[in-house]
Design a protein around this ligand. Structure first.
Ligand code: UDP
Ligand code: MG
Length: 331
């Protein structure tokens, strides 16, 4: 067995064929300048272009690049989980392949790690290519998340960060299917610190994060880290019941004093519609949590590996709840 690497860089890739060459042109010199053993674990997240082929070509030039091909597109969060499960380094750094995360920050992260920090996250100094609306959405999301969840999220921080081996082990052992990575990274705790970086524009292709996807991602994150949306209806229900009781008394007294007046249709309709609406919202929220429980209970693998290149044979066959369907192709 080859000696374990000190540093693993984990790259999830989905249709990044155009970016790969430029990305490794920048990454490899940085890693070579570090003076420690490194590996790059590339996870091809079921790309439909020739990302996988390009990675395999690169492997001939840089044998320290390892490649995992997932059986279909599982999404960035799960691709990252697959990469973390296969990384062997004492420090692990997830990074995007679109060059929005400058590899030049890696030496600074390592310096902080050597100072004794377990998690060193990269903090965006400025968001490029993001609209005013996008920024407001992000701000609203963080505000709500901090109010509702038990762990605050550091601002302007993505998945680009250094994780110590012990943090990676904890994350690998977390069984949940909904991988809201930002939340998980914050939730595990440990000694955390940040280093600043400038985010660049995406090189080729478009980000897959359109408005509705982002919205549902934000909601998933909230549901995964807070049961407040579930509980808040008890409070709202009590308040509404309080008003209803007050109104009942008013109507009774009125009837006793002035007799029955037949018109009253509007008030009945308004109250019925309002309560009906509140009940439907409540049901919807309940449904969301039940759906989550349903997904977790099924216990399906987080990701499915179709092929692996460059890994030792003695690596565990079912790392971190993933499923591996074919034999590894060793170096
Ligand atoms: N990615 C992935 N699977 C997906 C979508 C994206 O592995 O289903 C990868 C993508 O190739 C890139 C990283 O995740 O390396 C970040 O994706 P993107 O640039 O679309 O997201 P953003 O930068 O807008 O957060
Ligand atoms: Mg990007």
């Amino acid at each position: 067995m080859t000696e374990a690497p000190r540093l693993s860089v984990v790259v999830p890739l989905y249709n990044e064929a155009l970016n790969i060459e430029a990305f490794f042109q920048r990454l490899v010199p940085v890693l070579d300048g570090l003076d420690l053993r490194w590996e790059v674990v590339c996870v091809d997240d079921g790309s439909r272009d020739d990302t996988l082929a390009a990675l395999l070509r690169l492997r001939q030039r840089y044998p320290r690049i390892k490649v995992i091909g997932l059986s279909r597109n599982f999404g960035k969060e799960r691709a990252l989980s697959a990469g973390l499960a296969h990384a062997r380094g004492d420090a692990v750094i997830p990074i995007d392949a679109d060059l929005q995360h400058p590899p030049e920050v890696i030496p600074e992260m390592l310096a902080k790690w050597r100072d004794g920090y377990d998690v060193v996250y990269a903090v965006r100094r400025r968001r490029t290519g993001q609209s005013w609306l996008g920024r407001m959405q992000a701000r609203a999301f963080y505000w709500v998340f901090d109010k509702l969840s038990e762990v605050p999220l550091p601002r302007e921080v993505g998945d680009f960060r250094l994780l110590d081996r012990k943090v990676v082990e904890v994350i690998n052992s977390m069984p949940e299917r909904t991988r809201f990575m930002k939340g998980i990274f914050a939730w595990v705790g440990f000694r955390q610190t940040g280093v600043p970086y400038e985010q660049e524009e995406r090189q080729h292709g478009t980000s897959r994060w359109q408005f509705m996807r982002l919205l549902s991602f934000a909601f998933d994150g909230l549901v995964a880290f807070s049961d407040y949306p579930l509980r808040v209806w008890a409070l709202i229900g009590s308040i509404i019941s309080g008003f209803a009781f007050f109104y009942i008394v008013v109507r009774l007294v009125r009837t006793m004093l002035y007799g029955i007046d037949v018109p009253g249709y509007e008030s009945i309709i308004v109250i019925m519609l309002f309560l009906g609406g509140v009940q439907l919202i409540t049901l919807g929220i309940l449904g969301h949590y039940i759906g989550r429980v349903f997904n977790e209970v099924k216990g399906r693998p987080l990701f499915i590996v179709r092929e692996r290149y460059g890994f030792d044979d003695d690596q565990p066959a079912t790392a971190a709840d993933g499923a591996i369907s074919t034999v590894t192709q060793p170096e």
